[in-house]
Ligand binder design. Structure first.
Ligand code: SAM
Length: 233
C-alpha cells in the first residue's frame, strides 16, 4: 500500500515536472536580437575543415552565426576570456578564430582523455594565450581574483552548477562584459529546466544590472552594474 502511494506521488510529480515549462525570462522578450547571416561564419566553417581538428561532438557551430553578430553589433573585443567547460576545445577554437590579441583561461574537469584531445586540437593553431585549469569551476571561481571581458558558461548543466557558475562569473565580469550562457533552450528532459530555471533565477536577482541581448540556444547578457551579493558587515 505504501509503495503504491509512493508510486502515485512520484508519477504525479513527474507529470507536473514534464508539463511545467520554464518560460523565457521577461527581460529577453523586450529585447530579442535579430539574426542575419554573418559572412565570417562561412569562413569559420572553412577554417575548421582546413585545420582538420578532431572533434567528437559539435555543440558550437550552429551558434556561431549569432555569436559573431553579437560580437560585431556590440563591439566585443575581449582582452580576457574565461571559458567554463571546454571539452575537446571546439568553443575555444571558435574564440581563437573570432578575436585577436587576447588571453583565455579555460576550466574543465577533463574526464577520461579529453584533456589530451583538447590539447592536441589547440596545438594545431599553436596558441600562446591559453591557460588550462583542470579543476571544477567551483574550485577555480571561489579563488579567482581576475576580471574578464567575456565569459562562456558551458560546464556542468545541473541547476546548482549553472547558478553557481553564473553568480560567480557575474562577479568577475567587467562592466560592459559579455556573459554567454549555453543551452538556455536545452530540450533534454529536466536538464533544459535546470539551465533555464537557474538562469532565470539568477537574472531575477541581478535585475537592473544587465542588458538582455539574446536568448535561444544560448543566452547572452551584458553587465551594466556591479551587484553586491554577499552580506556587508
Ligand atoms: C558541453 S561540454 C563543453 C563544450 C564546449 N564548450 C564546446 O562548445 O565544445 C561541458 C564540459 O564541462 C565540463 N564540466 C562539467 N562539470 C564541470 C564542473 N563542475 N567544473 C568544470 N568543468 C565541468 C565537462 O567535463 C565538459 O567537458
Amino acid at each position: 500500500m505504501k509503495l503504491f502511494i509512493k508510486k502515485k506521488i512520484s508519477q504525479f510529480f513527474n507529470f507536473n515536472q514534464k508539463n511545467r515549462d520554464v518560460p523565457v525570462h521577461d527581460s529577453f522578450k523586450k529585447n530579442l536580437y535579430e539574426m542575419d547571416q554573418n559572412t565570417k561564419q562561412n569562413d569559420f566553417l572553412r577554417f575548421i575543415n582546413d585545420k582538420q581538428f578532431k572533434f567528437t561532438d559539435d555543440w558550437i557551430t550552429n551558434k556561431t552565426n549569432i555569436m559573431l553578430n553579437i560580437f560585431e553589433n556590440y563591439n566585443i573585443n575581449p582582452k580576457e576570456i574565461l571559458e567554463i567547460g571546454v571539452h575537446e576545445g571546439f568553443s575555444t577554437i571558435f574564440f581563437q578564430y573570432a578575436f585577436k590579441d587576447f588571453h583565455t583561461d579555460v576550466i574543465d574537469i577533463f574526464l577520461n582523455d579529453t584533456r589530451k584531445k583538447f590539447e592536441s586540437n589547440i596545438n594545431i593553431i599553436n596558441p600562446k594565450n591559453i591557460d588550462i585549469h583542470q579543476t571544477t569551476s567551483h574550485n577555480f571561481l571561489v579563488n579567482n581574483k581576475k576580471k574578464y571581458d567575456l565569459i562562456f558558461v558551458d560546464g556542468g548543466h545541473g541547476y546548482l552548477d549553472v547558478i553557481f557558475d553564473l553568480f560567480y562569473s557575474f562577479q568577475c565580469l567587467h562592466i560592459n562584459g559579455l556573459l554567454l550562457i549555453d543551452d538556455y533552450d536545452w530540450k533534454d528532459e529536466n536538464k533544459d529546466k535546470s539551465v533555464r530555471l537557474a538562469t532565470n533565477n539568477f537574472l531575477d536577482v541581478i535585475e537592473g544590472s544587465y542588458d538582455a541581448i539574446h536568448q535561444g540556444q544560448f543566452a547572452a547578457i551584458i553587465k551594466k552594474k556591479n551587484v553586491v551579493l554577499n552580506q556587508q558587515l
